[in-house]
Design a protein. Structure first.
Length: 314
């Protein structure tokens, strides 16, 4: 026998006006107009999901800065390759970034831009004849930085070399700017992942020692993260793992780092940034955010929102 359709006549209903709802007209976007100021543009965004989170992140950063707490930025090389160094340098000059952590590839692209004004070779083409990664000047400079950074750190050593050298675009160098401004910049290297590791000038002991110095320095920075913000962009594995290890080190040593804000920007959702940056570290307090999108759009938006927040009177 065929089953009969269910009878809905006994379904219990309620009034729409008595029901709790997640979206209200106050949260809707406002129409845009030409010539709009950035402040008014932000006010036109809907107060939902990523748009709401972006403004909350800017408020968290501004709040931390006003309370003299740390705002640490970490990112992979793609952030440099899509042209965002000037935006980040500007934030450092304004005192809005307390410290920076990067991977080894950031050294490559930052140094090449400082030296030649260009970077990012055609890997597919160069791989055919084995010339990929063989730029002489890049290898010599970065491996010199490793040797000179044994007792100073890799980030500091490269920044000093670029700042004091005769390089035409060093004003656009993240490393040179950090050195000149006194902003700690740590480099976290995975041996074999960067083109300079295969050059004749590479010294594995020097690279390891200089990067280990930077890891210890980064732990010192994380020890002061209580009430601050850790922002990560474009690192799927390496930097989330470094951050997690640094956090457990400082907690093990007795530092109180329990309530702080974490942020991850990336063009896709990755396991380790979500787990090791957004979720696990904030289980003792604070809040974690993730926004999916392109760095070349999101980071300037965040920078602009932070400038607006910092322009408000306390």
């Amino acid at each position: 026998m065929r089953p009969k359709p269910l009878d809905f006549s006994g379904l219990k209903t309620y009034s729409l006006f008595e029901r709790p709802s997640k979206v209200s007209v106050e949260a809707l976007a406002k129409p845009l107009s030409s010539g709009l100021s950035f402040k008014k543009f932000l006010a036109c965004l809907p107060k939902e999901l990523a748009a709401r989170d972006l403004l909350e992140i800017a408020k968290a950063m501004a709040g931390a800065l006003r309370q003299k707490r740390s705002v640490i930025w970490g990112f992979g090389a793609h952030v440099i390759k899509v042209g965002l160094t000037p935006v980040i340098i500007d934030l450092m000059r304004r005192g809005f970034i307390s410290a920076v952590m990067v991977n080894g590839a950031c050294m490559v692209h930052d140094a090449e831009l400082a030296m030649a004004g260009t970077t990012s070779e055609d890997v597919a083409q160069a791989l055919k004849d084995g010339s990929f990664g063989a730029a002489r000047e890049t290898g010599e400079l970065l491996n010199l930085a490793a040797k000179e950074g044994r007792d100073k750190g890799l980030g500091f050593a490269l920044g000093k070399l670029l700042a004091e050298g005769d390089y035409p675009y060093k004003n656009l160098s993240l490393f040179a700017s950090a050195y000149e401004l006194g902003v700690p910049l740590t480099v976290h290297v995975a041996i074999g992942t960067d083109i300079v590791h295969m050059h004749p000038s590479a010294d594995g002991a020097a690279i390891g020692e200089a990067s280990f110095y930077d890891f210890r320095l980064f732990c010192r920075l994380v020890a002061d993260l209580e009430g601050g913000v850790f922002f990560l962009a474009g690192s799927a594995v390496l930097l989330p793992e470094v951050f997690l290890k640094a956090l457990t080190v400082v907690r093990n040593l007795g530092y109180q780092v329990e309530r702080f804000t974490t942020v991850n920007f990336d063009f896709i959702r990755q396991y380790r940034p979500l787990t090791n940056v957004v979720n696990r570290p904030t289980m003792t307090g604070g809040k974690g955010y993730h926004i999916t999108g392109h760095h070349e759009i999101l980071i300037p938006l965040l920078a602009g929102a932070l400038l607006e927040e910092m322009s408000h009177e306390t």
